[in-house]
Ligand binder design. Structure first.
Ligand code: C2E
Ligand code: MG
Ligand code: MG
Ligand code: MG
Length: 275
């Protein structure tokens, strides 16, 4: 009886693995098609001055909704990277975001668009040229483009990163360190990089309200940014209490559901009161 039960368990386990493998296979096939057909779109989350409410820019966030069902970027981006399609999709994101920012500019709003850049893109020797082409193609001033690189990527790609960030700086593009506080960057290394903005990971923003130690970390990140002469943006601001607290400790630039979720271009236009 025990043996039979064991066999049964093994059976259902195998079946589950098989189903998962099949699902992943379907997902991969659908993704390959989607990349070829450029069936993605971008959502834009406003970046605001938390004191005045003024919108200063927006972060472009990749969206894939096959059959109307959204698949989270955390699920499909790693698959895209495994498939080797990230340089291609990343270039599409860059171009689309630059064109969107050019439209905002044409409508009289100089909003800076922020684009997330993955490790594979940074590693590509043609990356800076791709950025230059996207700016020229959209007729967008470099100062209206911000590139966000996560702290963990900055830490892994040490040799390429320094040179690429330097070239982007020369181009006039704004560079940010994303999800700061979740990696293990050394201060001297950070100091040696051409960066403009430090984005505080939302775990510190959310944690600070309930936990004195998180708050101490949040405050030390704020003073670190000051010491390194970096601008600050707090991500994932969800409550009025968090907004107040951030203002008190000297961080004005914010992003989060308290202000707006990632929006469609039309939604953003409405948010800006353009229409
Ligand atoms: P990220 O760059 O740190 O983007 C912020 C994430 O936090 C977004 O998730 C956003 O929807 C979410 N968020 C914004 N405000 C709040 C809030 O108040 N509360 C909470 N709980 N979450 C908030 P999303 O869109 O699922 O993107 C996840 C990650 O996927 C991004 O994190 C980024 O690392 C990556 N990603 C998204 N688009 C791209 C892209 O075009 N290229 C690359 N390489 N990565 C991307
Ligand atoms: Mg980001
Ligand atoms: Mg982030
Ligand atoms: Mg984050």
């Amino acid at each position: 009886r025990a043996k039979a039960a064991g066999r049964n368990r093994a059976c259902t386990f195998d079946a589950r693995i098989e189903t998962e493998a099949l699902e992943k296979h379907r997902l991969v096939q659908a993704l390959q098609l989607a990349v070829a057909r450029e069936e993605f779109h971008l959502a834009y989350q406003p970046k605001v001055n938390g004191r005045t409410g003024e919108v200063t820019g927006a972060e472009a966030l990749l969206r894939w909704t096959p059959g109307g069902q959204a698949v989270p970027p955390a699920t499909f981006i790693p698959l895209i990277e495994d498939l080797g399609l990230m340089p291609q999709l990343g270039t599409w994101v860059l171009r689309a975001a630059c064109r969107q920012a050019r439209q905002w500019q044409a409508a009289g709003r100089d909003l800076r668009v922020a684009v997330n850049v993955s490790a594979v893109q940074l590693r590509d020797p043609g990356f800076v040229q791709t950025v230059r082409d996207a700016l020229r193609g959209a007729d967008l001033p470099a100062a209206l483009l911000e590139l966000e690189v996560t702290e963990s990527v900055l830490m892994r790609e040490v040799t390429q990163v320094r040179a690429v960030l330097c070239e982007l700086q020369d181009l006039g593009v704004c560079t940010s360190i994303d999800d700061f506080g979740t990696g293990y960057s050394s201060l001297s290394y950070l100091h040696s990089l051409s960066l403009n903005v430090l984005k505080i990971d939302r775990t510190f923003v959310n944690g600070a309200m309930n936990d004195p130690r998180s708050d101490a970390l949040l405050r030390s990140i704020v003073s670190l940014a000051r010491a390194l002469n970096l601008d600050l943006t707090a991500e994932g601001v969800e409550t009025e209490a968090e907004r107040q607290h951030l203002l008190e400790i000297g961080c004005e630039a914010m992003q989060g559901h308290l202000f707006a979720a990632p929006l469609t271009p039309e939604g953003l236009a409405r948010y800006l009161d353009l229409n």
